[in-house]
Write a protein that binds this ligand. Structure first.
Ligand code: GRF
Length: 203
C-alpha cells in the first residue's frame, strides 16, 4: 500500500516538527514527511528538515503584495507535495478561509492550552494570570475560527505555585511532543472519525 504523506508548516524553533520527524523515523507514524514549508527564512526548523533530508520551501510573506496572493502561493507550495495531512507545528500566521477550506478535515494544529481556554498568543501566560491549577495542550483540526476546531487530543500538566511562563511552557511542551505525534499516527491509521465538531478515536 502507498504510504501516506504529510507536510509540516512551521515558523520557528520547530521542536514539535522534530518530535514528529523522530516518531516518523522510528516507525511510530506510518507516513512520510514530504516537506517543511516555512514563512520564515531564519526558522530553526529549516536546519531540522535539512538534517533529516526533508525538502524545504520558504514561502516568505514579505515577498507577496497581499495576503490573498501569499495564501495562493502557500496553497500551490503545499499542493505540489500532494499531502494527505497538513500539520501546523508552530506556524505563526493566521490562515485565511480559502486555505482552510482546501484542507478541511486534514489540517491539524497544536496549541499550548486546554482549549477552549486561552486561545491566541501567550496561552501559558494567560493560564498563569488566570490562576488555573491545570494547564496543557490541545491538538485540533483547523477551522476558520482561530484555535476553535474539533479537538483530537488534549494532555494536562499541573500548574505549580512557583511557575513562571518559561517553566510552565516547558512542562506543556513535553506533553506537546507526545500529543502531536500521537494525533498524526491516529490520522494515518485511519482511526479518527470527525462528526460535526466531535472527534471519535477508533480503538
Ligand atoms: C508550541 O508551544 C506550540 O504549541 C505553539 O507554538 C509553539 C511552537 O514550538 N503553537 P516549536 O516551534 O514546535 O518548538
Amino acid at each position: 500500500m502507498k504510504k501516506g504523506r504529510y507536510v509540516v508548516l512551521a515558523s520557528g524553533r520547530g521542536s514539535n516538527f522534530q518530535a514528529i520527524l523522530d516518531r516518523t523515523r522510528d516507525g511510530y507514524i506510518p507516513a512520510e514527511c514530504a516537506a517543511l514549508i516555512t514563512d520564515n527564512p531564519g526558522a530553526k526548523a529549516i536546519f531540522r528538515a535539512q538534517d533529516a533530508g526533508v525538502p524545504v520551501d520558504v514561502v516568505d510573506y514579505r515577498a507577496y503584495p497581499d495576503k490573498t496572493r501569499y495564501e495562493k502561493a502557500l496553497i500551490t507550495a503545499i499542493s505540489r507535495y500532494s499531502p494527505d495531512l497538513v500539520i501546523l507545528a508552530g506556524y505563526m500566521r493566521l490562515l485565511g478561509d480559502r486555505i482552510v477550506d482546501e484542507f478541511s478535515g486534514r489540517m491539524m494544529n497544536i496549541h499550548p492550552s486546554l482549549l477552549p481556554a486561552f486561545p491566541g498568543l501567550h496561552a501559558q501566560r494567560q493560564a498563569l494570570e488566570y490562576g488555573t491549577k491545570v494547564a496543557g495542550c490541545t491538538v485540533h483540526f483547523v477551522t476558520k475560527d482561530m484555535d476553535a476546531g474539533p479537538v483530537i487530543i488534549q494532555r494536562t500538566v499541573p500548574v505549580l505555585d512557583d511557575d513562571d511562563e518559561d517553566s510552565l511552557a516547558e512542562r506543556i511542551l513535553t506533553e506537546e511532543h507526545q500529543a502531536f505525534p500521537e494525533s498524526v499516527r491516529l490520522f494515518f491509521e485511519g482511526r479518527i472519525r470527525l462528526s460535526g465538531r466531535k472527534v471519535r478515536i477508533l480503538s
